[in-house]
Design a protein around this ligand. Structure first.
Ligand SMILES: NC(=O)c1ccc[n+]([C@@H]2O[C@H](COP(=O)([O-])OP(=O)(O)OC[C@H]3O[C@@H](n4cnc5c(N)ncnc54)[C@H](O)[C@@H]3O)[C@@H](O)[C@H]2O)c1
Length: 253
């Protein structure tokens, strides 16, 4: 490793919503940087999550794949206990799990409002609280919340998602303030449009139109999120906390 403060050797990480997309990319990146990585997801029947854990082991790191609905506190507490028993105390938490929601204000039902806030925001609180207990005790930890450009700028038709992601950015700030005295750093990453399954419904015309509006003239790939996450996880970012790092090709600048 050219600059040793980027190394994650010997660290234990947990990535939520890691069976595919951004979570999978970050989990594999953490393993390449020599962390042991536990992965969880709500969906496990497809075998994708187990395959991510296998790829992590193929990189020579320890891994664990667990089914967990991160919107449910009891499941989160059980999962964190299992990870810590098997891999040791968690040094890095990546709160990545989330759901999209495309509804106008008048079409958003009570159930949809709660579904999105629970999956995108409350989940980050439950996971941070569960993992934070031992981080605070050990005076060491880095939490990375995957927010969104939608938490900074309002986008029509995505109201619940916008509100949830704005909440993630504020949760990042209050946790950072609360836990800075224990050397636990909390930061967020805000991507705008990343090419993942979450946007499977988009046609190529819409993708091209969006890309044209972005200063760097392309949508983000999952790989564009990995470096920023590794940086925030590592000691290279030791003096950064409470920040939201935009990964947006210049779109919100
Ligand atoms: N793709 C984008 O353009 C984009 C842009 C900005 C932010 N984000 C955020 O990045 C994160 C990952 O997005 P992605 O595009 O990789 O999406 P994705 O749908 O490919 O992956 C999300 C994963 O989270 C899991 N998940 C959902 N609810 C869960 C729950 N309650 N418990 C456990 N797992 C759950 C899903 O099963 C899925 O595997 C999300 O938080 C999303 O809001 C994505």
């Amino acid at each position: 490793m050219a600059y040793s403060r980027f190394s994650l050797e010997g660290r234990v990480a947990l990535v939520t919503g890691a069976r595919r997309g951004i979570g999978k990319g970050i989990a594999l990146g953490l393993a390449e940087a020599e962390a042991d990585v536990a992965v969880c997801d709500l969906v496990v029947q497809s075998g994708e999550l187990r395959s991510v854990a296998r790829s992590i082991r193929d990189l020579g790191r320890r891994s664990l794949a667990l089914k967990c609905d991160v919107a449910r506190k009891s499941q989160v507490d059980r999962m964190v206990e299992r990870v810590e028993n098997r891999l040791g105390p968690i040094d890095i938490l990546v709160n990545n799990a989330g759901v999209e929601s495309i509804h106008g204000m008048l079409d958003t039902t009570e159930d949809e409002w709660h579904r999105v806030l629970n999956a995108d925001l409350t989940s980050c609180f439950f996971c941070a609280q569960a993992v934070g207990k031992s981080m605070v005790q050990r005076r060491q930890g880095s939490i990375i919340n995957i927010a969104s450009g939608a938490g900074i700028r309002g986008f029509a038709g995505r109201n619940t998602y916008n509100v949830a992601k704005a909440g993630v950015i504020m949760l990042t700030k209050v946790l950072a303030r609360d836990w800075a005295r224990y050397n636990v750093r909390v930061n967020a990453i805000a991507p705008t449009i990343v090419r993942t399954d979450m946007m499977a419904a988009w046609d190529e015309e819409l993708i091209a139109a969006e890309a044209a509006r972005i200063p760097l003239k392309r949508l983000a790939e999952v790989s564009d999120l990995v470096g920023p996450a590794l940086f925030l996880a590592s000691d290279a970012a030791a003096y950064i906390t409470g920040d939201t790092l935009l990964v947006d090709g210049g779109q919100l600048t």
